[in-house]
Design a binder for this molecule. Structure first.
Ligand SMILES: [Zn+2]
Length: 216
């Protein structure tokens, strides 16, 4: 279906005008933890990410970075396409909002998208987050920035089928919202939001979708 507006011209000020091609399975959502159903599939996530950042840049609506990486999700291979940040966070847990959310966007060989989301709370500073921000507008592999420092050790997660959270809002995206949270300091949040603030979409209707939970 042809989009009715120019996707390149969207902004966070006109969210109500964003195209919703099939407004049934959109993201983000509020996750109601007591309603999450145990996932039957083995569901293990194994990340094999390079410990070197390739680039970090201001991608109009967010800070975006690239590195080489592979994810095995439920025994299926996905290639890491990019990561980016939303402030505030997009997914809410039992109605709780988070100050920051990291999206690790992966794509399978046939183009299936899988996003791993990491929620951040205010607390201790995350040193690697400073290293990442120091890398702004740089590229090259001459660094030791390990993205795994921004990802919890435990891969327990909530899983559901949703969409991209920015236009074109494409559906059929697999979401894996990690249960364990990371922290960042107030100063770090300030530094991040000096680039982009309020670059988030509000939770969308669940519309009978199931949210699964996987505990290892
Ligand atoms: Zn995102």
């Amino acid at each position: 279906m042809k989009p009715e507006t120019n996707v390149s011209q969207w902004s966070y000020e006109n969210k109500e005008n964003w195209i919703k091609p099939l407004p049934k399975s959109q993201s983000p959502i509020n996750i109601v933890t007591r309603e999450a159903e145990p996932m039957l599939a083995e569901g293990r996530i194994v990340l094999n990410y390079s410990h070197q950042l390739l680039s970090l840049f201001d991608a109009d609506h967010c800070i975006e970075g690239k590195l080489k990486g592979l994810a095995s999700i439920n025994s299926r291979p996905f290639i890491l396409s990019q990561f980016h940040f939303h402030a505030s966070g997009e997914h809410t847990i039992d109605g709780t909002f988070f100050p920051l959310e990291l999206h690790l966007v992966h794509e399978s060989q046939v183009g299936m998208l899988a996003v791993i989301a990491v929620l951040f709370e205010l607390g201790e500073a995350n040193e690697t987050l400073d290293d990442i921000l120091d890398f702004m507008n740089q590229s090259g592999e001459d660094n030791h920035i390990n993205m795994m420092d921004l990802i919890p050790d435990s891969f327990d997660y909530y899983h559901y089928l949703g969409s991209l959270t920015t236009p074109p809002l494409t559906e059929n995206v697999e979401w894996y919202v990690l249960m364990n949270r990371m922290t960042l300091s107030k100063e770090q949040l300030k530094r991040l939001t000096s680039y982009h603030n309020h670059n988030f979409r509000e939770p969308q209707n669940l519309n009978n979708r199931k949210v699964l939970k996987k505990l290892f």
